[in-house]
Design a protein around this ligand. Structure first.
Ligand code: PMP
Length: 447
């Protein structure tokens, strides 16, 4: 594909990254430890990060809109986190005993998030989702889950089903097929998942009602990110909760990514009233973490009545002191004012991107809210996974756009939510807008 842009200011040195990737491919299958690592054709190896920027081993500097998949709400090496992690590390990194630090972080989350009266810490978002689903099963005695087609919830088998359907496999819109996520995934797993289309309230009501006797929970990310960073209709969220309550099914909000939608999280922002909330990413300040929180009634399965818990839950590194203190420092610095400031930056960015799209009459759209945004090579903002699904040529457009951003010193996630951090300001927002405008004006994207 010919590129008509003037020569980039960014050094195009990639030698060291290329060499490291070759070494990695010998000892690591596919060369990376996460299928989600962007590469074109190989990943950039990072040397270090500072604030809004990261520096690769080849000497290039990038504005980081990935922020480790939206984790780093303050950007890299946020000083209060580094300081407290360094101090606490001197006293030991993990113990089989509890520490004061886990109570402090639990108290902060319970104070801030309306649906969270109690919380249990784990190590990843995947684990948080897994234990929330198990909690719903333990509470209801039912095996199955309902979830949104195309939504990503980590790597627990049931949560993975239907996250990557294609036009060839996904079936009729009113009855999406539970596409297995990997070869050999047990049929019993896919049989115990009911897929719902996002923002289709009538179909969701019908499917939940038809399967209510075996449904333990409805798992829903209020702003499904991998499915398109889709904005929820109030009536859809209301239908989910209403139908769930009618049949004694628990509602699990997966806010692993979207807790950053506001000071009180995503459910409070969008009017969802869940029984359980899964958290992760920003609550660990850049260290591994996950958490399941919820009402005292829903959390009772984890124990507290004196007898053996309905759901035993453990984990060698759960509530380790470093993740706890880093998370507390990061979350404490995320005051209402900081959330407001990030929201204003995000609103300004999304509005300007839309202006640029209109100016060039380009077939692009923008989704997102608060500190998150996603560009789609589609003339209308997608409302559900099938709208957001990228054809081969649209995926190529996004790859070229990502390459253009990189040439101009910006890491733009290929097909995931991009995120702002408190380390960013007007300069960074201008850079993003100008880089996008430059792409529409000069690049030959496959539009
Ligand atoms: N749920 C959602 C909505 C996520 O975005 C993610 C991670 N991107 C997960 C769960 C899994 O979290 P982790 O990668 O920490 O296991």
């Amino acid at each position: 594909m010919p590129i008509r842009t003037p020569a980039p200011q960014q050094a195009s040195l990639t030698e060291i990254s290329k060499g490291l990737f070759e070494r990695a491919c010998i000892v690591i299958p596919d060369g990376v430890n996460r299928a989600t690592v962007d590469r074109d054709p190989f990943p950039d190896y990072v040397g270090w990060g500072r604030g809004a920027y990261l520096y690769d081993v080849d000497g290039s500097k990038y504005l980081d809109l990935n922020n480790n998949f939206t984790t780093l709400i303050h950007g890299h090496t946020f000083e209060p986190v580094i300081e407290v992690a360094r101090r606490v590390l001197k006293d030991g990194s993990c113990f089989s005993n509890p520490t004061l630090h886990e109570i402090n972080l639990a108290e902060l989350l319970c104070e801030r998030i309306p649906a969270v009266e109690q919380v249990r810490f784990v190590n990843t978002g995947t684990e948080a989702v897994m234990f929330a689903i198990k909690a719903a099963r333990a509470a209801t005695g039912r095996p199955a889950i309902a979830k949104i087609e195309g939504a990503y919830h980590g790597a627990y088998d049931w949560a993975e089903v239907g996250q990557a359907g294609t036009p060839d496999t996904w079936g009729a819109p009113e009855a999406p097929i539970t596409v297995p996520n990997y070869a050999g995934q047990p049929r019993s797993v896919t049989d115990d998942v009911i897929l719902l289309r996002f923002n289709d309230a009538a179909a969701a009501r019908r499917r939940i009602a038809a399967n209510h006797q075996r449904l333990a929970c409805i798992l829903i990310d209020p702003v499904p990110s991998r499915a398109g960073l889709l904005a929820p209709d109030d009536s859809f969220l209301a239908a989910i909760v209403e139908t769930a309550r009618q049949y004694g099914i628990l509602v699990i909000a997966d806010e692993v990514l979207n807790l950053r939608q506001g000071y009180q999280g995503a459910s409070a922002r969008f009017g969802l009233n869940p029984d359980l909330i899964c958290m992760g990413k920003i609550i660990g300040g850049g260290f591994p973490i996950g958490a399941v929180g919820g009402t005292k009634t829903a959390m009772a399965v984890f124990g507290g009545s004196g007898g053996p818990p309905l759901l035993p839950q453990a984990g060698t590194f759960s509530a380790n002191p470093i993740s706890m203190v880093a998370g507390l420092a990061s979350m404490t610095a995320m005051t209402i004012e900081q959330f407001d400031r990030l929201e204003r930056l995000g609103d300004h960015l999304r509005a300007r991107l839309r202006q640029v799209i209109a100016k060039y009459e380009a077939p692009f759209s923008v989704t997102g809210s608060a500190s998150l945004f996603r560009l789609h090579p589609k003339p209308y903002a997608p409302r559900e996974y099938r709208d957001a699904y990228l054809s081969k040529s649209e995926a190529e457009t996004m790859r070229l756009l990502g390459r253009h951003f990189k040439k101009h010193g910006i890491i733009l996630p290929f097909a995931a939510a991009a995120s702002l951090s408190t380390a960013m300001g007007d300069t960074e927002i201008e850079l993003i807008i100008q880089t996008f405008e430059h792409a529409l004006a000069y690049e030959e994207l496959t539009l």
